[in-house]
Design a protein around this ligand. Structure first.
Ligand code: BES
Ligand code: MN
Ligand code: ZN
Length: 497
């Protein structure tokens, strides 16, 4: 049942299928658009008046079988006031345009021109990115459909532009990012009976085809390293934990890498501290941080990023079982620090503690950024609009915030400090894995900070942004693939030589 979308670039004189054009506030069109609309006279202006369409940003007008034009449907998408348009607006408008193409249409042409004239190659690529992400569906498990859900078997969408060579060149780069987001969404949407640690490791290993070096550490290897915290979380599951280390060496030989670390809890039942049934199915997505890291590594490799990067994901399943870890158990982490497990549902930090320490020790990275669906509390604080940022490095946090504004994957800085840190001190071990009801996201971050030493570090709590995402113009799926675009941008703007 999977449908395929073919994106291409063409010139303004090749019209095929549904036609989508843009206009700014007050129904102003660019020259190529005016030319193509000439044969319909004032039809679109009358339709606009009838529908009170004025060209407001992201609004749209549908004209079916327009007399004079040999297309099944003409869609006009408003851009609003054009002087204000930023990259994130282009991406969004690409999503709106794609969303107006009926799912059963086999062909469409999107005019990459605004009232101010034809878009530059890079801008066309931004439109196409929005289009690609909007068209994403996770439908591999649907074996039948209702009549009105029937899709075209193959859909071909062409962006008409002034210079298709420039657009194609820009897209070749942006497409890698789009593919990375799609991969992250796919992995996160995949159910836990299919995507358990071993299978996740296999899918990450498939990135070797892009030139990545991928190592998979099994339980024996992790035991040898002393990863008692990660292994404790996984010990109640029939699926063995895995630790995957991916490397992309596109930078100077021997230069210190940058590192991304993902929480990969393939399913989080809570363990012995079991979660309530209501909504527990969403915990198949408790590996969204790991999915983002894999999507990012794919994006960086696909565009041959000029930087040395390590991506590491700790893969476990948190289950209740006769062999499962108990509340009150004390585990010894690879760092040597001991943890009293107060609540087995605070498992993500236990997994990350060992992976952060291992990556820091082995690679001495310039910085580490971890991504984790770590706490429900971050949703209480920030909702689903911003991810929480916790950092020991102001410059890194600031750069991340700028990359967030550019890509519209926004982040909000949260505090850290000794007053919060002491909340997780334990009477009988070095620390506890929970700090109680207050400041839940912060005490979780304090826990992680105990495993990063002085290395510049950012923790992104993505529990609100990665899963059950609000429907937007560029995502209709449960999983957003959040973070791939953000981190790709951070790397591109600040760390490629
Ligand atoms: N994976 C959850 C956090 C989560 C909740 C992610 C909802 C996405 C949506 C995490 O492992 C967890 O269970 N956290 C607990 C921590 C508590 C036991 C200290 C929480 O947030 O309730
Ligand atoms: Mn949990
Ligand atoms: Zn979890």
């Amino acid at each position: 049942m999977t449908n395929s979308l073919k994106l291409g670039f063409t010139s303004f004189d090749r019209l095929r299928g549904v036609l989508v054009v843009f206009c700014s506030e007050g129904l102003k069109f660019g020259p190529a658009t005016q030319k193509v609309l000439l044969p319909i006279g004032d039809l679109h202006r009358r339709a606009a008046a009838a529908d009170r369409f004025t060209g407001k940003k992201a609004s749209a007008l549908d004209i079916i079988a327009p007399t004079g034009l040999n297309v099944p449907r003409l869609v006009i998408v408003g851009t609003g006031k054009e002087r204000e348009l930023k990259e994130r607006d282009l991406v969004r408008l690409g999503g709106v345009a794609m969303g107006k193409i009926p799912i059963a249409a086999p062909q469409a042409t999107i005019f990459a021109e605004f009232a101010g004239g034809a878009l530059k190659g890079e801008q066309v690529a931004h439109l196409a990115l929005g289009g690609r992400l909007r068209a994403y569906t996770f439908d591999r498990y649907k074996t039948k459909r209702k009549e009105d859900e029937e899709r075209a078997k193959k859909m071909e969408v062409n962006f008409a532009c002034a210079g298709s060579a420039a657009a194609e060149k820009a897209w070749a780069r942006t497409m890698g990012v789009a593919d990375g987001v799609v991969l992250a969404r796919d992995l996160t949407n995949e159910p836990a009976n299919v995507l358990y640690p071993g299978e996740f490791a296999r899918r990450a290993s498939a990135l070797r085809r892009l030139g990545l070096i991928v190592e998979v550490l099994d339980v024996a290897a992790m035991k040898k390293l002393g990863m008692g915290a990660l292994l404790g979380v996984g010990q109640g599951s029939a699926h063995e934990p895995k630790l995957v280390v991916m490397r992309w060496n596109g930078g100077k030989r021997g230069a210190d890498p940058i590192a991304f670390i993902g929480k990969g809890v393939c399913f989080d039942t809570g363990g012995i501290s079991i979660k309530p049934a209501q909504g527990m199915e969403d915990m198949k997505g408790d590996m969204a941080g790991a999915a983002c890291v894999v999507g990012l590594m794919q994006a960086l490799a696909a565009r041959k990023a000029k930087v040395n990067v390590v991506g590491a994901i700790g893969l476990v399943e948190n289950m209740p079982d006769g062999k499962a870890q108990r509340p009150g158990d004390i585990v010894t982490t690879m760092s040597g620090q001991t943890v009293e497990v107060i609540n087995t549902d605070a498992e993500g930090r236990l997994v990350l503690a060992d992976v952060l320490h291992y990556i820091n020790k082995r690679f001495k990275p310039k910085f580490m950024i971890d991504l984790a669906t770590l706490t429900g509390a971050i949703m209480v604080a920030l909702g689903q609009e911003y991810a929480g940022v916790f950092s020991n490095d102001d410059k890194l946090a600031e750069r991340l915030s700028k990359a967030g504004e550019a890509t519209d994957e926004r982040v909000w800085r949260m505090p850290l400090g000794p007053e919060y840190d002491k909340i997780i001190d334990s009477k009988i071990a070095d620390m506890k894995n929970t700090g109680g009801r207050f400041a839940g996201s912060i005490t979780a971050a304090q826990f992680l900070q105990r495993f990063v030493s002085k290395t510049p570090w950012v923790h992104l709590d993505i529990a609100g942004t990665a899963l059950g995402s609000p429907q937007t113009d560029i995502n209709k799926s449960w999983s957003s693939g959040w973070g791939v675009r953000l981190l790709d941008r951070l790397v591109e703007d600040y760390y490629e030589r």
